[in-house]
Design a protein around this ligand. Structure first.
Ligand code: ARG
Length: 462
């Protein structure tokens, strides 16, 4: 029979070995040790402030916890499965070091509010880091966009070439996705940064706690309003993993494009060696594995989101042990999101764009057809008719194996008397982009404004 548990006062028998293995969380929640110790130190200081511990006792507890932390960081700490989780491992070692006084630390506190605090502090720190990763990724997108204001590529709908756009405009579209992600991280942080200690097991406590003082000590803005919600709420973790899922979804869309662009049939990009791999059998190959893995790992993060949603969906009030299943999905999502953002940044910095290849596909897809229709409409031809005339001109040019811009004025005249010499200026591919002066369009003024606005915003969020 195993030795008595810290909670084992009423138990005559120990836990079955299989149950111990099933219920332990220390194999992964040890990662919360720094937050656990920080939270306990704040708790001890406030217990002293409230007159429950002497200043000297609080100081001994805080110093003892510093020693525990140093042991953990030096790799000298023995994590014990039979202690279940990080909280009991840390507390029990504290008591080894400072004696029975260690047992006073858990006054006015339950592991239920303790774990909620630790996890919130951890998620908050990780989200702050995601924010930095997102900002530096956006910076790289902006820099690459600035290099490629003049580069044209086919803008697609239905993945069919539609109208020419600048590569800058295409890349800046991703900036908007990642900007929203960053704003979502900031917004989620407001609800993560809520201090739950003082809720105790579920109902509050008879001890004179001071949650606001703990929050102030920890530099967390808000405190819980309802003790039952405080110990059972994991919305904050869910929001974080949702935010991560959307970040991955955006990264995955970019990956999909890079994979297509790197295919020699497109040839729009050359993959940097550092982020590609070769084939063990086909010597000519350079595979976009970083992108494929990121696209694949997106499934993992979305899977974590599903795990968390399902863990929460049937829980009656308040803390239930099911909630222990909240950490691994977040840890795994965090690892994947952080690594992916870093890899995308590195890859995008080195990605070689091939403007000639992009232009070649612009020139063979009748991407200026809309211009001809708009040109006729501007001359008073009803748009439906202009569309029809243009379609006929496209079919004619296709038959000759040339682009619209290669037809002669006589050729055009067969389709409409309204077409004049000035049509050639309109059909020019660069003009297609430059004439799109509508707000947020691909025209140069809009692209410059997008870049300028993003730079101002990046500066402001620093
Ligand atoms: N390891 C537990 C968890 O992660 C800590 C809280 C345990 N609380 C309890 N009442 N058993 O949820």
């Amino acid at each position: 029979m195993a030795e008595k548990k810290m909670w084992g006062g009423r138990f005559a028998e120990g836990t079955a070995a299989s149950m111990e293995a099933y219920s332990e969380s220390v194999s992964y929640d040890w990662q919360l040790y720094a937050e656990d110790i920080r939270g306990s130190q704040a708790h001890a200081r406030v217990l002293a402030k409230q007159g429950f511990l002497t200043e000297d006792e609080a100081a001994q507890i805080c110093e003892g916890l510093d020693k525990v932390k140093a042991e953990i960081e030096a790799g000298d700490f023995e994590w014990k499965t039979e202690m279940e989780d990080v909280h009991m491992n840390v507390e029990s070692r504290l008591t080894d070091i400072i004696g029975p006084l260690g047992g006073k630390l858990h006054t006015a506190r339950s592991r239920n509010d303790q774990v909620a605090l630790d996890f919130r502090l951890h998620v908050a720190a990780r989200l702050a880091s995601w924010k930095e990763y997102l900002a530096s990724l956006i910076e790289v997108y902006v820099a690459r966009a600035e290099e490629h204001k003049e580069t044209l590529l086919p803008g697609c709908t239905h993945f069919q070439p539609a109208q020419p756009v600048s590569l800058a405009h295409h890349l800046l579209a991703y900036c908007q996705m990642f900007k929203r992600d960053l704003e979502r991280v900031e917004d989620a942080l407001k609800r993560v940064r809520v201090m739950p200690l003082g809720a105790a097991a579920l109902a509050g406590t008879t001890h004179p706690v001071n949650p606001q003082a703990v929050a102030d000590d920890l530099g967390v803005e808000n405190i819980f309003a309802n003790s039952m919600d405080a110990v059972s709420d994991r919305d904050f973790a869910l929001e974080a993993v949702f935010t991560g899922s959307l970040i991955m979804t955006h990264l995955s869309r970019m990956c999909e494009e890079v994979i297509i662009w790197a295919n020699p049939n497109f040839g729009y990009v050359k993959l940097p060696d550092q982020y590609a791999t070769g084939s063990s059998i086909m010597p000519q190959k350079k595979n976009p594995d970083a992108c494929e893995l990121m696209r694949g790992k997106t499934g993992r993060v979305v899977g974590s989101l599903m795990s968390l949603l399902v863990v929460l969906k049937g829980l009656p009030m308040t803390y239930n042990r099911d909630l222990q299943e909240d950490k691994e999905p977040f840890f795994d999502a965090d690892k994947t999101v952080t690594a992916s953002l870093g890899i995308m940044k590195g890859m995008l910095e080195q990605l070689v764009f091939v403007p000639e290849k992009m232009l070649a596909t612009v020139e063979r897809g009748f991407l200026n057809a809309t211009e001809l229709a708009d040109y006729l409409a501007a001359k008073g031809v009803p748009f439906r008719e202009a569309h029809h005339i243009t379609g006929a001109a496209v079919a004619f040019a296709e038959g000759k194996g040339v682009g619209l811009e290669n037809l002669s004025l006589e050729d055009f005249k067969q389709f409409s008397a309204d077409i004049e010499e000035d049509v050639f200026g309109v059909l020019d591919y660069r003009a297609c982009v430059e004439r799109r002066t509508s707000p947020g369009g691909t025209g140069p003024a809009s692209v410059n404004k997008q870049i300028g606005d993003l730079k101002v915003w990046l500066e402001a969020i620093k």
